[in-house]
Design a protein around this ligand. Structure first.
Ligand code: GLP
Length: 276
């Protein structure tokens, strides 16, 4: 799955992987990283391996603490590529998964600002190739994505308060939903208050978020999960019957999903009968 049309390399495609197993139930690949940093390193490596060989890659990108190591690794890999190489991040067409409603783009807590710090700035991207869902016109996002030929690779983290959620699609979100303005649950506001000086009243109440159908339409999906507190959610998303109680379980029907998990999550999965 990861070789694409490149000649097979004699070097291992992925280092830092302690276990690699095709999940028996859904054909999902689960990679157990040797530590939390390796979750990011592996994600960057796989993401770049999955990019199409021709044309400008279309990539959907997440925010959050989990993908920060992935962005560091992408920036390092970019240094080895000519800027006009189609795999150079400056050539990617990017679609972020979500953005808060009501924050200015230059607000330090906005996802625009996060991406500027971790991806746009380090890779010197051009703003006209980097998109976010507009809370004032979220429906236009899917049309825009389609106009670029759809998403080649989508990377997402997992939110775990109440349910395993993706982007801001929380418990109860339709598996057929498109990009929309969503109301954040009280628990998500509480969880994200850590980025707002611990003050939940400063967290926006709404956000524009890619829909679960939009996410499932991506050709390849990478899910990153780090931290023991996410173990149960990952387990449920992978093994319990798909249900809107568990938004990430919508991925069970997708043909190309790779989960990259930290050792503690891997140990939990293993202890609960998921072969690794
Ligand atoms: C929020 C974001 C999600 C992200 C999640 C986990 O809910 N909307 O896209 O995956 O947080 O973030 P972290 O990686 O910081 O745990």
């Amino acid at each position: 799955m990861f070789e694409g049309s490149e000649p097979r390399s004699t070097r291992p495609i992925i280092s830092h992987v302690t276990a690699l197993k095709q999940h028996a139930n859904h054909g999902h690949l689960i990679l157990a990283a040797q530590d939390t940093k390796a979750v990011g390193t592996i994600a960057a490596t796989l993401l770049m391996k999955l990019l199409p060989q021709h044309g400008d890659p279309v990539v959907a990108l997440p925010t959050g603490s989990t993908p920060i190591d992935m962005y560091k690794e992408i920036a390092l890999k970019a240094l080895e590529l000519p800027r006009d190489h189609s795999h150079h991040p400056a050539r990617w067409i990017t679609f972020n998964l979500d953005e808060y409603d009501g924050l200015q783009y230059n607000d330090p807590q906005s996802y625009h600002a996060f991406m500027q710090e971790h991806f746009f700035g380090p890779n010197h991207t051009a703003a006209d190739r980097n998109f976010f869902p507009d809370p004032k016109a979220p429906k236009a996002y899917d049309t825009l994505i389609r106009s670029y030929g759809g998403i080649d690779v989508l990377v997402a983290g997992i939110g775990v308060n109440e349910s395993p959620h993706i982007a801001f699609q929380e418990k109860g979100s339709s598996f057929e939903g498109r990009t929309s303005l969503v109301k954040l649950s009280a628990s998500t506001i509480q969880a994200n208050a850590r980025f707002f000086e611990g003050r939940p009243e400063c967290v926006p109440t709404h956000a524009a978020s890619m829909g679960l159908r939009t996410i499932q339409d991506a050709r390849n999906i990478l899910i990153l999960a780090s931290g023991e507190h996410k173990a149960r959610s990952v387990y449920e998303a992978l093994t319990l019957p798909p249900s809107t109680d568990r938004p990430a379980s919508c991925l069970q029907g997708h043909h190309s999903v790779t989960w990259i998990v930290c050792p503690k999550i891997a140990a939990y999965l293993s202890a609960h009968g998921v072969e690794l």
